[in-house]
Every structure is written in structure tokens, then in C-alpha cells.
Write a protein that binds this ligand. Structure first.
Ligand code: G4F
Length: 339
């Protein structure tokens, strides 16, 4: 019989990659989000799967909506991606962030706890929970030191997921995902902002763009690889927490250096600190400046994950390396913005 998976936050990057992956495995996929988030199904259209998904409205702030979905379908696996997932916005909207990202997860778990037949539950935990890191590299055992309302909310969901596993014997697993990117990443996140803006500069749509702290380091992987790990986390006998990462990190400046190789004009760096600029080599025109407004009140400076547990237990490892990821994102954006 076909398995049924429920993906919350279906409109996001991970929702699209996982839905595509599960449909290929012959799952019935129910996708939920807030009605307002679904105006444009561009990510699902990218895979041509927008007509293969059963869409339902489900606001994680409304427990009655969650109850209605779980009583309407016999669900085997739940993947909880729904969240206010932009770290910077969590400083301006801490209450909404906590309500959706932290308590939203608990609302689902409470509904599951009261079901006779309980589905398996996957929680999208985040490497942001490590914050100002207390150990390098970070593993499932590294102590957390979160630096934003987003990370603190994710930490709540992470621990409540573990608590429901231990207290009620519900099959719940968490994937502590390090940054994972793709051509379907939102342009508010730094990698896609870079590939999209550089492509728009090449096509003449914009003259320059601005970034915040380009010295922060992230462990960037490909979202398409990571969703396979998430699925594997629900296929093993014992539910648990797993780090999904590449084990390598790069600064945002490194990402720009790799991305600018694909431009049809040459660029060079000028200045340092807040005066850092990237300019065109031929005419000195500034194409990238630093603007303090993109800095965060508290920053996460370095993330790098150790994925040996996922490798051993789930037989998962990332297939796409940093250079391949940047190339994939740049080529897609250059194509999108070519004249
Ligand atoms: O791309 P970012 O916004 O991702 P961030 O904050 O690491 O969070 C992402 O990854 C997490 C997993 O670790 C997820 F849980 C989370 O939901 C999200 O997907 O920023 C990356 C870095 C930061 O250090 C930021 O300060 O880039 C720096 N940055 C510099 N200039 C910028 C910018 N970030 C953004 N978004 N925009 C800038 O202009």
C-alpha cells in the first residue's frame, strides 16, 4: 500500500525537494502551509509536481487545523519544515517566530500523542542552535549556545521532539541540518542573494548590491542531498538525532569568490572591514558594498558539522561539494537573468 507523508511548509525549498523525492518513491504527499505562503507554487512547478500533491491549509498556530488534517488522513510520516526560518527576521518578530517555530512543533506533537495510530515524526532542527559554538566541529553531543530568537525556538522544538520520544514512546527524529542551499533557496538567504544579484548585475538589471558580515563561515550543502537524509532518519529502527552536514566550511567571501568565476567580466576586491568593496576590473565600478543594516544584533560566526553518525547509522553522505553547489546556483541564476 502507498505510504502517506505529510510535509508542513511545503512551499519552501526543503518542502519542494522532499516532495519530489517522496513522489519518486511512490508516496502520497500531503503538503500544508498557511494559505498566504502558497500564492505562487514556483518551487513545486520547478519539478512539475504541483498537481501531484494534496494541498491543505494548516496554520501551526491553530491546533484545530492540525487536528482536522490528522483526523482526515491516515498519515505514516510527518516532516515538520514549517517555521519562520529567516534568522534576521526573528529579531524583529520574536513572538511570531516562537509561536510558529517552537510552539507549532509542540502543537503537532500533542495532536500525534492523542492519536491511536501515531505517525513517525521528523523535526527540522537547525545548526543555528549551536550558535556561538562551544566545540569544533559540532556533533549531536555538542552543547548548544543559540544566538537568536529563531535558534532558541528551534532548540525548544528539538528538545520537545526528544522529550515526546522518551516520555511517550513516539517515533520522533530530529535532523540537525547545517545550511543547505539550491537554486530554490529564497533570495533573502545569503547564498541565493549573491548568485541572484551577481546574475542581475551581469544582465544589467541592477548595478550593485549590499551585504552584511561576509567573514562568517557556514557549512553549506545541497538541499537535494539533505532531504534524502531526512527520509532515511525515519526509516531506521530507532528514532534519534542526526547531524546533516558536509564537514567543510567556507566564509561568505569565499562563496562570492567561487561565484564570481562564472561572470563574463572580471572583478577585484578593494578595501577592508566595512569599506570592503567588489569592483569591476575594467572600469572600477562598485558592484558590492558592505552595509551595517545587514549585520545581526548577535552573529553566529562559524559552523561546521561532523556527520559521522548519519554516515554510520543512516548510510547517508552528501554527494554535492561546495564548488559544485556554487556552480549549480550560479548557472541557474545566470540562465534566468540572461537576455
Ligand atoms: O543565509 P543566511 O541568512 O543563513 P543562516 O542565518 O545561517 O540560517 C540559515 O541556515 C540555518 C541552518 O544553520 C537555518 F536553520 C536557517 O533557517 C537558515 O536557513 O546567513 C548566513 C550568514 C550569516 O552569518 C549572515 O550574517 O550570512 C551572513 N550575511 C551577510 N550578509 C547575510 C547577509 N545573510 C543574509 N541573509 N543577507 C545578507 O545580506
Amino acid at each position: 500500500m502507498k505510504k502517506t507523508a505529510l510535509i508542513t511548509g511545503i512551499s519552501g525549498q526543503d518542502g519542494a525537494y522532499l516532495a519530489n523525492f517522496l513522489l519518486k518513491k511512490n508516496y502520497r504527499v500531503i503538503g500544508t502551509d498557511r494559505r498566504s505562503a502558497r500564492d505562487d507554487k514556483w518551487r513545486l512547478k520547478y519539478f512539475n509536481i504541483e498537481n501531484k500533491i494534496i494541498f491543505e491549509d494548516m496554520d501551526l498556530n491553530e491546533i484545530t487545523q492540525i487536528q482536522r488534517i490528522f483526523s482526515s488522513y491516515r498519515i505514516d510520516e510527518v516532516y515538520n519544515f514549517a517555521a519562520q526560518s529567516f534568522v534576521k527576521s526573528s529579531f524583529s518578530n520574536p513572538l511570531t517566530t516562537a509561536d510558529t517555530t517552537a510552539i507549532g512543533c509542540l502543537r503537532i506533537l500533542e495532536v500525534i500523542r492523542n492519536l491511536k495510530k501515531r505517525p513517525k515524526f521528523y523535526q527540522a532542527s537547525s545548526s543555528e542552535m549551536f550558535g556561538e559554538v562551544l566545540e569544533i566541529p559540532q556533533t549531536e553531543k555538542t552543547a548548544f549556545n543559540p544566538q537568536s530568537p529563531y535558534a532558541i525556538s528551534k532548540l525548544f522544538s528539538h528538545f520537545i521532539t526528544k522529550n515526546y520520544r522518551e516520555a511517550y514512546n513516539i517515533y520522533t527524529s530530529s535532523g540537525i541540518c547545517f545550511n543547505h542551499e539550491s537554486p530554490l533557496r529564497g533570495e533573502e538567504f545569503v547564498t541565493r542573494k549573491i548568485t541572484s544579484c551577481l546574475s542581475k548585475i551581469q544582465s544589467g538589471e541592477i548595478s550593485h548590491f549590499e551585504l552584511g558580515n561576509i567573514n562568517a563561515k557556514r557549512d553549506w550543502g545541497f538541499a537535494g542531498d539533505y532531504v534524502e537524509g531526512m527520509w532515511k532518519a525515519l526509516q531506521v529502527k530507532k528514532p534519534d538525532d542526526f547531524v546533516f552536514s558536509t564537514g567543510r566550511n567556507h566564509s561568505i567571501k569565499n562563496f562570492i569568490d567561487e561565484a564570481r568565476k562564472y561572470l563574463n567580466f572580471e572583478t577585484k576586491w578593494h578595501g577592508s572591514g566595512l569599506s570592503t568593496q567588489l569592483r569591476r576590473k575594467n572600469n572600477n565600478q562598485i558592484i558590492l558594498k558592505i552595509n551595517k543594516k545587514f549585520f545581526r544584533p548577535t552573529e553566529v560566526n562559524l559552523l561546521i558539522g561532523k556527520n559521522s553518525k548519519a554516515k554510520k547509522v543512516l548510510k547517508w553522505s552528501p554527494k554535492t561539494n561546495f564548488k559544485e553547489l556554487v556552480k549549480m546556483m550560479m548557472l541557474e541564476d545566470l540562465k534566468k537573468h540572461s537576455r
